[in-house]
Design a protein around this ligand. Structure first.
Ligand code: HEM
Length: 511
């Protein structure tokens, strides 16, 4: 049993902490609100802000937020404990933030302690604050692996990975009366390609699945927790912190052997004829980052390689799942795509990346896919480099600027019949043919973000989606599995925006 002094101390702490925080909060609030004009938003409580409203609404965060736009307009504030979220949802505001005032809003906010561990204190392209370190890392990622030249050089490996992907679907279909889990297969195929691009080695299935499982555990560990919003609660989350450290250890122990293997290959390339001639990791080994004296150490390499693997896996695989669902739902679109494949590549030669460049219907289909089903609801969180004006309101430097993507690509002011899935809108004469997916000319849909922090994997992601879909349709006819109820185009968040019900398809090999 606890002694009286302990009970007394605990009681007085319980009573005094909220009082102290109430005074700090009201002092801070009055000081800040005198100076800053924040966007409107639902009234919150002292200290916790809107945190409990969101939690008690029993709705996914995204649904809660969506219902606020009609009430507060396209720019609003939510206070989640210690964090202030400013959420924007219109093309005009995104253009102002990411293009007109691109430099001002190009940074990233402070991270919670778990993220700091996994990002090696913001030493990644996606988390680095806007400045020389970010510029060096990003420039290297693009020139090291994502530039058009580099992508072309890696084509033979990608084509071989596509052959394995199609073979895998074929054998799974034979073993299961034609049934195929689309997301699982697409995810595995993309992950294999990214592993070989990242480390320049081909691994067997067992190792790939092991690495993938560790990566998934990392993503789960990075999901937000209550103490990220209320640091006051950190002492109650020591078990989760210990678990996070264990996952980090596991991640390091899994990736460092791959880094060592690559080092050995580079020392004696003649002994490793099957290894790729270059990899993303090669570009990192001796990287000189502005403002640092030494090349990245092993734990930093683990972080940078993991970013490469994570950035392109779920985003691309999700798009494939939605794409196949749309083809199943609309057999005439599937036929048009198949006809184009036949006329450009034919039946016997696998569709190549060169073929894709001439396939206008496929390109229109992929654009419509990314318009209707952007793989993420929100862009990565932005932050202002200093307190800045947006839409006539103030955005404090320490606030999270969240950019909600679907309302832009569903905006009836920008799109005719936005709710319809119509690849034709991107064909010549369809009205959307001049759409600029980078958002520089105008913001109409930005599945890859826009401005300085736009996704550097835009080119590679688009190639992977196009090539995989083309190869899948060239080899098989896709239908919904007869045991499945009707297709449900509802979505939910699982790292990316996936289908409410994982797509189970049935394939028939084309003759
Ligand atoms: C369909 C595929 C993909 C989609 C839809 C997608 C989407 C996005 C989005 C919305 C952002 C945030 C942009 C912003 O902050 O404004 C982003 C950033 C990023 N993406 Fe992608 N992405 C895809 C594929 C990839 C691939 C293949 C890679 C690399 C292997 C990659 C690496 C990154 C990185 C490093 C960033 C951070 C950029 C920065 O902060 O400067 N992504 N992506």
């Amino acid at each position: 049993m606890a002694s009286a002094p302990v009970v007394f101390t605990t009681l007085s702490l319980l009573i005094s902490i909220p009082i102290i925080f109430f005074f700090i909060f009201t002092r801070n609030k009055s000081r800040h609100s005198k100076q800053l004009k924040l966007p409107p938003g639902p009234p919150g409580w002292p200290i916790i802000g809107n945190l409990f409203q969101v939690a008690l609404s029993n709705k996914p965060f995204i649904h809660y937020v969506r219902e606020l736009f009609p009430i507060y307009g396209p720019i609003l504030t939510l206070r989640m404990g210690a964090r202030t979220l400013i959420i924007i949802s219109s093309a005009e505001l995104v253009h102002e933030a990411l293009i007109e005032k691109g430099q001002l809003f190009a940074s990233r906010p402070a991270e919670n302690p778990t993220r700091v561990i996994f990002s090696c204190n913001k030493f990644t392209v996606n988390s680095a604050i806007y400045g020389p370190e970010w510029r060096s890392l990003r420039r290297n990622m693009v020139s090291g692996m994502l530039s058009t030249t580099r992508l072309k050089q890696f084509y033979p490996n990608r084509a071989a990975a596509m052959d394995r992907f199609i073979d895998r679907i074929r054998s799974e279909a034979i073993a299961n009366d034609g049934a195929i889990s689309v997301l699982r297969n697409a995810r595995y195929a993309v992950f294999c390609i990214l592993i070989s691009m990242c480390f320049g080695v081909e691994l067997d299935e067992k190792d790939i699945i092991r690495i993938d499982e560790v990566m998934k555990r990392v993503l789960i560990t990075l999901s937000p927790r209550m103490d990220d919003y209320l640091p006051l609660l950190r002492p109650f989350f020591s078990k989760q912190r210990a678990q996070a450290l264990n996952v980090r250890k596991e991640q390091i122990e899994t990736i460092v052997p791959l880094i060592d293997e690559r080092r050995a290959i580079l020392k004696n390339p003649a002994d490793h004829k099957s290894a790729a001639p270059f990899s993303y990791l090669d570009s990192l080994l001796d990287l000189r980052v502005d403002g640092r004296n030494s090349a990245p150490n092993d734990t930093e390499l683990v972080t940078l390689c993991s970013e490469f693997l994570n950035g392109g896996t779920d985003t691309t695989a999700t798009a494939i799942e939605w794409g196949i669902a749309r083809l199943i739902n609309n057999p005439s679109i599937q036929s048009k795509l198949y006809d184009e494949i036949m006329s450009v590549a034919g039946k016997d030669k696998p569709v190549s990346e060169n073929d894709i460049e001439g396939m206008v219907y496929l390109q229109s289909f992929v654009k419509e896919l990314l318009r209707k089903h952007p793989p993420t609801y929100f862009s990565l969180t932005h932050a202002a480099v200093q307190t800045a004006k947006l839409g006539g309101y103030d955005v404090p430097a320490n606030a999270n600027l969240e950019i909600y993507l679907p309302t832009i690509s569903e905006d009836p002011r920008l799109w005719k019949e936005p709710e319809e899935f119509k690849p034709e809108r991107f064909l010549p004469g369809g009205g959307g043919e001049s759409m600029d997916i980078t958002g520089v000319k105008e913001i109409k849909m930005i599945p890859f973000g826009a401005g300085r922090r736009i996704c550097p994997g835009l080119g590679m992601g688009t190639i992977h989606i196009s090539l995989m879909l083309a190869r899948m349709v060239q080899a098989f006819e896709w239908k919904l599995h007869p045991d499945e109820p009707e297709l449900d185009f509802g979505s939910k968040l699982e790292f990316t925006v996936v289908m409410n019900r994982p797509l189970l398809a049935i394939v028939k090999a084309r003759k």
